[in-house]
Design a protein. Structure first.
Length: 297
């Protein structure tokens, strides 16, 4: 396939790009620093002023671009989190509208933040009522922009990512640092759910959505075994052979991270019902296996 992709230099995107080129797909990567990148036989870097006339026939579009959620959530930061996602998605939808031959599929990044926060509700793709916090609002607007691709007959998938686990990016290095420094412990009361996914399985699910024409709409990119924060921390401490004795008050994180603290102090139980119903198999369905893989590589 010829695949147009954004966010291919990020934590998830870079791993996805390697995986897709190993499958002999040809990638056209939109980047704000395309002139600094070296093209290869399987990767061509393009600027964001690219038009439909500049491209060959595109079979699929994958959108993983967006301002990082990590950092103190000032008013400006929150504006960037929203506008970066809306701007790129609008651009891609217009680009697809301008193509004479439309792509077969549009996979647009999204997040489990759509569902809002809860300690006692199990969310699946059948949950259609979004939450009422900032992240839920961002995701709802983001998916709305992506949905305009459906109106021009393109199969559209919203990959709602959970907390991504990997050694060299995502949330895990931040989460595991206190454990490695012998100051690990649960956050708040530790009862908040953490819907996690190993980055290798996230790459695998995106590829699954790419290749399976029956998959459309929201797809939860989470492992089938979410953990409460206290159990996640306990398991991570065991893997790294570190103590798990501190209780980290939520107020401490609010001082350091502001409103972003909700990513750590609150959560939701998100189940990957659609992926499982379509026959997807996880390489890392259990947290033990996922953490051991990260610790040993």
């Amino acid at each position: 396939m010829n695949i147009l992709i954004t966010g291919a230099t990020g934590f998830l995107g870079s791993k996805l790009a390697v995986h897709l080129t190993n499958l002999n797909h040809k990638l056209y990567i939109l980047s704000r620093s395309a002139e600094k990148r070296s093209n290869t036989s399987h990767m061509t870097f393009l600027n964001y002023d690219t038009t439909a006339n500049d491209l060959p026939g595109i079979d699929a579009v994958i959108n993983l671009a967006g301002e990082s959620l990590f950092g103190y959530w000032t008013k400006k930061k929150k504006e960037m989190i929203l506008t970066s996602r809306i701007r790129v998605t609008k651009y891609l939808v217009q680009l697809m509208k301008d193509m004479k031959e439309k792509p077969r599929v549009f996979i647009s990044g999204s997040a489990v933040g759509y569902y809002g926060m809860s300690e006692d509700v199990i969310f699946t793709e059948a949950t259609t009522q979004p939450g009422n916090d900032f992240l839920a609002s961002v995701v709802r607007q983001w998916e709305t922009e992506a949905s305009y691709a459906e109106e021009i007959g393109i199969r559209t998938v919203y990959t709602r990512f959970g907390v991504m686990l990997g050694k060299d990016g995502g949330a895990f290095p931040l989460m595991s640092l206190p454990i490695k420094l012998y100051t690990g412990g649960h956050i708040g009361d530790g009862e908040q759910w953490l819907s996690w996914i190993h980055v290798k399985d996230a790459v695998k699910i995106i590829t699954f959505c790419l290749e399976n024409s029956t998959v459309k709409g929201a797809v939860n990119v989470t492992a089938p075994t979410p953990k409460r924060n206290k159990d996640f921390i306990k398991k991570a401490a065991q893997v790294y052979k570190r103590p798990n004795w501190l209780h980290l008050p939520t107020a401490f994180f609010y001082l350091a991270l502001g409103e972003m603290t909700q990513l750590l102090a609150k959560g939701q139980f998100v189940y990957p019902q659609k992926a499982l119903e379509h026959g997807f198999t996880f390489d890392f369905p259990l947290l033990d296996r996922a953490l051991l893989d990260i610790a040993n590589h």
